[in-house]
Ligand binder design. Structure first.
Ligand SMILES: [Cu+2]
Length: 357
């Protein structure tokens, strides 16, 4: 098959080359110079420019309409509305510039097609033009950058409220673990050297703050309308905690902690009723039924957004946004991490001394 495709391509190239040669010879016979383009050719080319402009815009319009509901559903976090607004604002500016420049580009090629006796105007420099195309983009970019910095500052440069729920997200090849700080709302100390067997997060048994810590896998719950502070760590390589529905993403880096805090504003139950989600899952489940698979339901996701290894694609955890009452019920049903499990591997003496310093 590949051989035939290559053969067809080679033959097509030869045909085009031969046709060009025939054209060359025939113009010689007609006593015309090869580079002389007829008025008819010019007209055809100019018309094709307009045809392309209309076809191109029609395709883009179709594309936007057809895939309009494939965007993410509305932001499930408070700050996400600000980033969505900024993104839309950028898209509107880009779209306006895109439409105007393309109309000019192709309609000018049509309007100023070669006509007999028509000379092109020639000038070497125009201060007015230089000013226009320097000042306008400069103003637009300044506005975008100022708004961007303001939004970013509001999200990243603020400290999490005092009453935030503290959750550690621990990444390793290839899964996530969530650790709740428990009643004292303080995470117990950990050390890489203490990782062994059941104590896979390396909790330090000497630190009483870890006595009430709760460790969960598979899915984790957060209450609606309450600020959550995520403290993130990584065991092996750089991963990236990506929670698209909450418009949140930050790298998790071995040897340091990174943080992100946000307030969820839509519960999982409410989001499952969102028309866009309902439509999307109707389509997904129609396809799944035809393949004899069980139905899928919408869940918020924590994904890894760094290509961190072979099973990167499957490194995810469900996030359930509950009402306050449901969250408390779920949390009380979770077992506190047992301290006996931590004692399997004692902290090396040399490290204890280093940490005291
Ligand atoms: Cu990863």
């Amino acid at each position: 098959m590949t051989f035939f495709i290559i053969l067809v391509i080679i033959l097509a190239i030869i045909t085009v080359a031969q046709m060009a040669r025939v054209y060359e010879l025939s113009s010689e016979l007609r006593n015309k110079k090869e580079e002389e383009i007829s008025a008819r050719d010019n007209k055809i080319n100019a018309t094709l420019m307009m045809v392309f402009l209309i076809a191109f815009f029609s395709f883009i319009t179709y594309y936007i309409v057809e895939y309009w509901d494939k965007w993410l559903p509305p932001s499930a976090s408070e700050h996400g509305n600000a980033t969505d607004w900024l993104l839309n604002f950028n898209f509107i500016i880009i779209l306006i510039v895109f439409v105007i420049t393309h109309i000019f580009l192709f309609s000018f090629a049509f309007k100023y097609q070669r006509r007999k006796g028509q000379e092109a105007a020639y000038f070497t420099h125009s201060n007015k033009l230089e000013l226009i195309w320097t000042v306008i983009p400069a103003i637009v970019l300044t506005v975008i950058i100022i708004l961007g910095i303001k939004t970013w500052k509001g999200i990243m440069m603020t400290t999490a409220p005092e009453d935030s729920i503290v959750i550690e997200l621990y990444s390793k090849q290839f899964d996530w673990t969530a650790r709740y700080a428990g009643k004292d709302n303080a995470l117990g100390h950990t050390n890489y050297h203490l990782i062994s067997g059941a104590n896979f997060l390396g909790l330090d048994s000497a630190d009483s703050k870890g006595n009430d810590d709760i460790i969960v896998k598979g899915e984790f719950h957060i209450p609606v309308n309450k600020p959550v502070k995520f403290v993130m760590r990584s065991q092996d390589v750089i991963h990236s905690a990506y929670m698209p529905h909450f418009r949140a993403q930050i790298n998790t880096v071995p040897g340091m902690t990174t943080m992100f805090h946000f307030t969820p504003i839509i519960t999982t139950e409410e989001m499952r009723k969102n028309p866009r989600v309902v439509k999307e899952y109707a389509e997904i489940n129609a396809a799944r039924r035809s393949q004899g698979k069980e139905e899928a339901i919408f869940n918020y996701l924590l994904l890894c957004n760094k290509i961190c290894g072979t099973s990167h694609y499957n490194m995810q955890m469900d996030i359930i946004v509950d009402s306050e009452a449901d969250y408390q019920t779920w949390l009380s049903s979770q077992a506190v991490f047992q301290k006996e499990k931590m004692a399997e591997k004692p902290m090396p003496e040399i490290l204890k001394i280093a940490e005291k310093k």
